[in-house]
Design a protein around this ligand. Structure first.
Ligand code: 1CP
Length: 339
């Protein structure tokens, strides 16, 4: 019998649905904070297989999640391309910004295999350890990763989004470079043991319709098509966060097996926009999980009611928030598993 998450991504309406949570490994877990305190910094944590394997498995041990997502970060691809990356304590990521074609020439795509080797080693070690859980590899989508590479930090990315209009030649080259690098990176993750892959386009919803098609849908379609060719049968989940009414166009153009839906999406409407056999994945508000109690119960029940009978993976609409109580996560899992 195939793993439940893989059955859902093959189009089956498994009930109760499989469940995992974005950022299920992270600061809300005391056992994560303990490992994190022993690593020099976050980048080193991602690049040390002993530690990355351990934190990937922590939420499986505690909750028996139906998926293990590789512990890494979407910004490890810019790191692997030779752009400096550091996580400023309490402030988020910092990269030396790249804003012109000359900046692109300084990147080192040939160095990627060497720099991602420890990440692939983490996957190779995880695969025999995940049991009935599905091992998910991931990457950031080209647009979201480009935002950080151009801006040099998080936020609303005013420089990156303006440059996409002002210097389309530069932006096109950056997106094309990232599309190619992402295909190779995800293919390498599959070869190292990932059973499904997820493409995080966290900032897709910042784009107007024309750039959304150009910088979100087209690169995701290229990535999905090429991965299907190289690794037929390995499913992909696309997560174009805050895509709104463009969700259906994204699903149709990419042919992904699963679409992640964010907190703002009405589940019934998503179900119409993205019909079976494509699976949906989401979308409990991380704040409802933080609050717990009746608010969480009501929100969870309404998602389950809307998704019953179609291929569905229960998840959050965005990542677990650090102040979340681990006990509340256990309560959520019990409700989802009761169907
Ligand atoms: O201090 C710490 O311990 C670091 C916090 C942290 C963690 C736990 C960061 C920094 N990244 C991660 C892990 C991570 N990031 C995973 C691992 C697996 C899991 O889900 O359990 C994944 C899939 C990501 C993906 C990621 N990183 C995204 C896409 C999803 C999303 O949340 O929108 C994005 C946008 C990032 C960038 C990033 N990495 C870390 C931070 C604080 C941020 C956000 C920066 C910002 O824009 O402010």
């Amino acid at each position: 019998m195939a793993k439940t998450l893989l059955r859902v991504l093959a189009g089956e309406a498994v009930w109760p649905p499989p469940v995992w949570l974005m950022r299920q490994a992270g600061r809300y877990l005391p056992e994560y904070r303990q490992v994190r305190a022993g690593a020099k910094d976050f980048v080193e944590l991602c690049l040390t297989p002993d530690l990355a394997v351990e934190v990937t498995l922590q939420p499986l041990r505690r909750y028996g999640m139906d998926a293990a997502i590789l512990f890494s970060d979407i910004l490890m691809l810019p790191y692997a391309l030779g752009q400096g990356l550091r996580f400023a304590e309490g402030e988020g990521p910092r990269l030396p910004p790249i804003r012109d074609v000359a900046g692109l020439a300084a990147l080192d795509p040939a160095g990627v295999p060497g720099r991602i080797a420890p990440i692939l080693e983490t996957l190779r070690r995880l695969r025999p350890l995940v049991g009935e859980a599905t091992l998910i590899g991931f990457a950031g989508a080209p647009f979201t990763v480009a935002c950080y590479m151009v801006e040099g930090e998080g936020g609303e990315f005013p420089t990156a989004r303006t440059l996409a209009y002002r210097d389309p030649v530069f932006f096109r080259r950056l997106i094309d470079l990232l599309t190619t690098a992402t295909i190779d990176y995800l293919a390498a993750q599959i070869e190292a043991g990932a059973e499904a892959v997820m493409l995080f386009d966290s900032w897709a919803g910042l784009l107007a319709p024309l750039p959304f098609r150009r910088w979100v849908i087209e690169p995701a379609a290229r990535i999905a098509t090429e991965l299907r060719r190289r690794h037929p049968g390995v499913p992909m989940i696309g997560f174009p966060r805050l895509a709104g009414l463009q969700l259906g166009a994204y699903a149709a153009a990419t042919g992904v097996q699963g679409v992640g839906i964010d907190t703002a999406v009405e589940p019934g409407l998503a179900s119409q926009a993205v019909p079976p056999p494509t699976a949906l994945q989401g979308n409990l508000d991380p704040l409802a999980l933080l609050a717990g109690g009746e608010a969480m119960q009501e929100a969870t029940a309404s998602i389950l009611a809307a998704m019953r009978g179609r291929p569905f993976v229960f998840n959050l609409g965005h990542g677990v928030l650090p102040p979340t109580d681990p006990e509340t996560v256990a309560t959520l899992l019990r409700q989802v598993r009761a169907g």
